[in-house]
Design a binder for this molecule. Sequence first.
Ligand code: ZN
Length: 261
Amino acid sequence: MAISAVHLEADAFLVCMNHALSTEKEEVMGLCLGEMETDRIVHIHSVIILRRSDKRKDRVEISPEQLSAASTEAERLAELTGKPLLRVVGWYHSHPHITVWPSHVDVRTQAMYQMMDQGFVGLIFSCFIEDKNTKTGRVLFTCFQSTQAQKGAEYERVEVPVHVVPRDSVGKACLESAVELPRILCQEEQDTYRKIHSLSHLDPITKIHNGSVFTKNLCSQMSAVSGPLLQWLEDRLDQNQQNIADLQLEKERLQLELASM
Ligand code: ZN
């Protein structure tokens, strides 16, 4: 039973995009939380950003620990948002500098997830690619499932239509994920640096060099991810304060109206 379509909430889409665009050196990945609706539509409300344990190309694996932590998070959000059916419904990963289509490994990984859950879907965000005509950067995304190929024991992809559902604000769960991103990226840099730094045979110059690379990476992350995020949060705060002021005025107006009746 294949999924007929995926509805991806705009704020969850925003988090995926932010995550995919955070690095062009390697693929990033995460899990999608949502609900399976009647008529085989998967509705994605939010996402969980995952740390990569294996940074080799085309190795986007989710550990059992990560899956179980995600289920716990889904339960927490189900309670928080009042959506009891909320659960892990899919995964996403990025394809920096390459096409949006799933690789053979992706199709096989997807088939494995579908063995556990037939409705599981895979999303791919292709980024840092250039439009040949306009010479501008662009991002493409696709959603897929796997099916047993006609011939042989291999699997092949089935494209699933994906629609981004507009939202007028960013929900609490998506806001939390967006804020989590810089923390995860920083943690990854620290882990890499610690691993290299612990090698005792390195000479002092190499150690200083490694330290500078670590600092440089943190700085570029700050300008690419943390800076814009902070700006966005400040704008959101301004907007919220404006909304509070507007509502306060409206309240006073209504109270006056009520008193004159
Ligand atoms: Zn892939």
